[in-house]
Design a protein around this ligand. Structure first.
Ligand code: AMP
Ligand code: ZN
Length: 295
């Protein structure tokens, strides 16, 4: 089968019912990411952007693309890996992150949670049995993703959340009437407090498979195995149903979410009594400190 765009080369990927050769796919992917960056002003001259690198395909693709994007815009780019000490997973993910940043010549910050808290993720989970380990992991990651780059003068944190993640979060939150979270499901969440970094999601309109092929075709080192704690998500199947039935509907749905505005009031922030980071909790202790110090 020939490529849908150039009509010359053999097609190697099928996206939304159309077949593309490697070169046309790569160009299309980059054009798409660039469009999101420009439309939402994710990165501008003078920005200091920290990429949250997990070792997986999404953040690897993002870092590779942003490194290329530096030719067009003058900004600083570094990467951070949060070592959670997940057995047989974190070490491998760190290896891949080191390989990738070495290949691109980008500085890698390694944030070791054992140094910060004295505990591994599993140890934190053991003393917080009422919370699921994935929810604990989310709290720990969000904490360091905001604190570490901010303390080093960065103004933006970039994560590799993709279209499938966004759709899954959106549908789940929407059914739960959790409009507060959905209000923040945007390609950019601007800072509303000096202690909060601006969050950017350059891969907002790229799907799981697109990121996988982008990383593969560019020979990027990334970890292919899943975190041992990740469960099969039924929400993922629901999201997948959109494109299996109506090719292209996932992207259309994502673009609608981009434009939605739930007009939720910004919460009142306090500084955590223990660590000084921001919290909205009544007792003035942030969710990270609750996990680490209250058990
Ligand atoms: P997840 O929360 O695992 O779905 O990952 C979402 C995004 O968070 C990834 O694309 C990364 O940008 C970032 N991330 C996840 N795990 C880590 C980690 N261990 N260290 C740094 N960033 C991470
Ligand atoms: Zn705290």
């Amino acid at each position: 089968m020939k490529c849908y765009i150039c009509r010359r080369e053999e097609a190697v990927v099928r996206i939304e019912g159309k077949n593309y050769c490697k070169d046309c796919f790569l160009k299309l992917y980059e054009k798409r990411v660039e469009k999101v960056i420009k439309k939402w002003k994710l990165i501008e001259n003078g920005d200091r952007v920290m990429v949250a690198l997990s070792g997986g395909k999404d953040s690897a693709s993002m870092l590779y693309f942003l490194n290329k994007y530096k030719k067009a815009v003058d900004f600083e780019l570094e990467a951070m890996f949060i070592h959670l000490w997940i057995p047989e997973y974190s070490d491998l993910a760190l290896e891949k992150s080191k390989e990738l940043t070495k290949m691109l010549g980008i500085k890698l910050h390694i944030v070791d949670i054992k140094k910060g808290t004295g505990k591994t993720l599993i140890e934190i989970a053991r003393s917080n049995r009422r919370r699921a380990i994935c929810s604990i992991c989310g709290i720990v990651k969000r904490y360091y993703m905001n604190k570490h780059p901010r303390e080093r003068g960065f103004n933006k944190i970039a994560t590799g959340h993709n279209m499938d993640d966004i759709l899954e979060f959106f549908i789940k939150n929407f059914i739960d009437r959790n409009f507060e979270w959905n209000d923040k499901l945007k390609p950019i969440v601007p800072s509303t407090h000096p202690k909060l970094l601006t969050k950017i999601r350059p891969l907002y309109e790229c799907s799981n498979v697109e990121n996988y092929y982008y990383a593969k075709f560019n020979l990027l080192p990334f970890i292919e195995s899943k975190c041992p704690f990740s469960k099969i998500s039924k929400w993922k199947n629901i999201v997948e149903c959109f494109d299996t039935n109506i090719p292209g509907s996932k992207r259309q749905f994502t673009r609608t979410i981009e434009e939605l505005n739930f007009s939720v009031k910004e919460p009142e922030y306090k500084q955590c009594k223990i660590c000084g980071e921001l919290t909205t909790s009544k007792n003035g202790i942030c969710s990270f400190c609750k996990l680490i110090h209250e058990n």
